[in-house]
Design a binder for this molecule. Structure first.
Ligand code: FAD
Length: 500
């Protein structure tokens, strides 16, 4: 059973007492534990749905569709602050339902917020105008793999399918979609496309963009379906505008995605470095070597201690290679050799396994810490290798005195994608304000030092001020024009991307 207020499954909740033992030595705690909340009383629905059994005004459903899954969402849920719940939730069973819902919404002036897994961390599924009636359009009933082209290695699927169902559907054919965001278990193909999500492979095809062959999108002015081809130079790509459109330009109902033969060869190693500077140089050389490791995750010393059990103050680079076609030991050995050239020493201990385990448990732990009153949240960016040292220092200074860890989630020949986790204490009741202040300071530091406001968490509503500043003005005009042409009444997820 899913949790309405926090991450994942109700049964997997982490005991805050255990979490307190973990962070107690580093952060002062007041010993209070916020209880798991019941569904609070919600504002009554302000719209009457058309007849049909796809609509729900059930309070649990409305509560579960009010916020995404960021720290500030969890804290508001814990406090019972659900100021603007959807008036209704609807569960289309197929494209015909989606078309009807949009027609009804357009006639009634009701906004539509598409909802995949609801794992947005940027306010993407939360409408913030209290005067605008709206429905949450939950696509998880549209979860069927419709076709697999084993010759061309591609799959056609409905957009509401969750990560594990894709895996289960492809496994018997020896195939896999090489896309594993940390939220994989609870997020959907459509959500990944709408947010341009990043998978956890460090190099090579890993963003959902890399896998899209064609898209089918329902818009208020008609259905858009792109040609299924491996590549096309015919003008601007029709899929480009929908990738990252966050529900503001249409409802993605289906996609053809590229799949791969499941890997048969794997090899991995962890390498320790005395200091972060040398580990960054080594990681850059690996990223520029053409070796294309599947994992190339650099953990700074604090992250290595908290997430990989390496407690001697070393920075750690987790390296892994995989292939469906050929052994990968030679590639791994060469990557380790590059690291050695920068003072890296191969670790015997299983840092890789500890890291994977804590990676999967992290969101549950975050909720437990939120119940203890700890401010814990992440933000991420990408920058060039030349910009990284200054950006890193500026971010640390910006969030001081909070505790902050840094890892690289992805590395490219021209730069890394640094991912920061912040731990801080706040006065009870001021956790969100404390986080918002830290986040604003960090965001300023990112933009001032050559970073993007997000590498893979999307724009949503929370990143709009910085997104608008980093985006060229003609593009903003084009996006606003596209929105006006496709959604003239501005009823599709109004507020995201700042283009209304
Ligand atoms: C613990 C945790 C870990 C995460 N790890 C990662 C990660 O590794 N990589 C990463 O990229 N992100 C990550 N995220 C962020 C989030 O999981 C991604 O943005 C994900 O792609 C959202 O998918 P979803 O199905 O949950 O979409 P939702 O959260 O439901 O929606 C996200 C946005 O897309 C729109 N949308 C959803 N479905 C559709 C559709 N079919 N058509 C049109 N618009 C739609 C929504 O309106 C909203 O604006 C993480 C989040 C959490 C909480």
């Amino acid at each position: 059973v899913r949790s309405w207020w926090g991450w994942g499954n109700r049964d997997s909740v982490v005991d805050p007492a255990g979490a307190a033992r973990l962070v107690g030595p580093y952060l002062p705690l007041d010993g209070e534990i916020t209880p798991i909340p019941g569904v609070p009383e919600l504002r009554p629905p302000r719209v009457t749905p058309p007849s049909g059994d796809i609509w729900s005004d059930d309070p649990w459903q409305r509560a579960a569709h009010t916020h995404g899954k960021a720290f500030r969402d969890v804290v508001r849920n814990l406090r019972g602050e659900l100021a603007n719940p959807p008036d209704l939730v609807c569960f289309p069973r197929g494209e015909a339902d989606v078309v009807q819902i949009l027609e009804w919404a357009y006639q009634s002036g009701v906004a539509v917020v598409p909802f995949g897994g609801g794992t947005s961390v940027v306010g993407g599924v939360e409408l913030r105008d209290p005067d605008q009636t709206f429905v949450s359009l939950d696509l998880t009933g549209m979860d069927t793999i419709l076709e697999v082209d084993e010759v061309s290695l591609a799959m056609r699927s409905q957009a509401g399918i969750l990560g594990p169902s894709i895996q289960d559907g492809l496994r018997p054919k020896g195939l896999a979609l090489r896309h594993f965001p940390q939220s994989f278990e609870f997020s959907t193909l459509g959500g990944w496309i709408a947010t341009r999500s990043g998978g956890h492979f460090a190099t090579g095809p890993t963003h959902i963009d890399d896998f899209i062959e064609s898209l089918r999108v329902i818009t208020p002015v008609g259905i858009s379906e792109s040609l299924r081809v491996p590549a096309s130079g015919a003008g601007p790509s029709p899929d480009r505008l929908f990738l990252g459109s966050e529900g503001a330009l249409g409802i993605i109902t289906e996609a053809w995605v590229r799949v791969q033969r499941a890997p048969a060869f794997r090899a991995s190693a962890s390498v320790r470095f005395e200091d972060l500077g040398h580990s960054v140089l080594a990681t850059r050389e690996v990223a520029q070597s053409g070796l294309m490791p599947s994992n190339c995750r650099l953990l700074d010393p604090l992250e290595a201690m908290l997430a990989a059990g390496v407690t001697d103050g070393a920075a750690v680079l987790l390296l892994a290679f995989e292939s469906a076609d050929h052994p990968v030991e030679v590639a791994l050995e060469r990557a380790v050799e590059i690291c050695r050239g920068h003072g890296g020493i191969r670790l015997e201990q299983r840092a890789q396994a500890s890291w994977r385990d804590s990676f999967l448990k992290a969101p549950y732990l975050r909720d437990a810490l939120a119940r203890l009153g700890v401010v814990i949240e992440t933000f991420e960016t990408a920058c060039t290798w030349s910009a990284f040292p200054t950006l890193h220092e500026a971010v640390l200074a910006a969030v001081n005195p909070a505790i902050v860890t840094c890892r690289f989630t992805h590395v490219y020949p021209d730069g890394p994608a640094p991912y920061f986790t912040v731990y801080a204490t706040a006065r009870r009741g001021a956790e969100i304000e404390t986080w918002d202040e830290l986040k604003a300071r960090a965001s300023e530091a990112l933009l001032a030092n050559g970073g993007t406001i997000t590498h893979h968490h999307a724009v949503g509503r929370d990143h709009v001020p910085w997104y608008l500043r980093q985006t060229p003005q003609p593009l903003r005009q084009m996006l606003r024009a596209a929105k006006a042409a496709i959604d003239p009444r501005h009823l599709l997820n109004p507020g995201v991307l700042g283009i209304d």
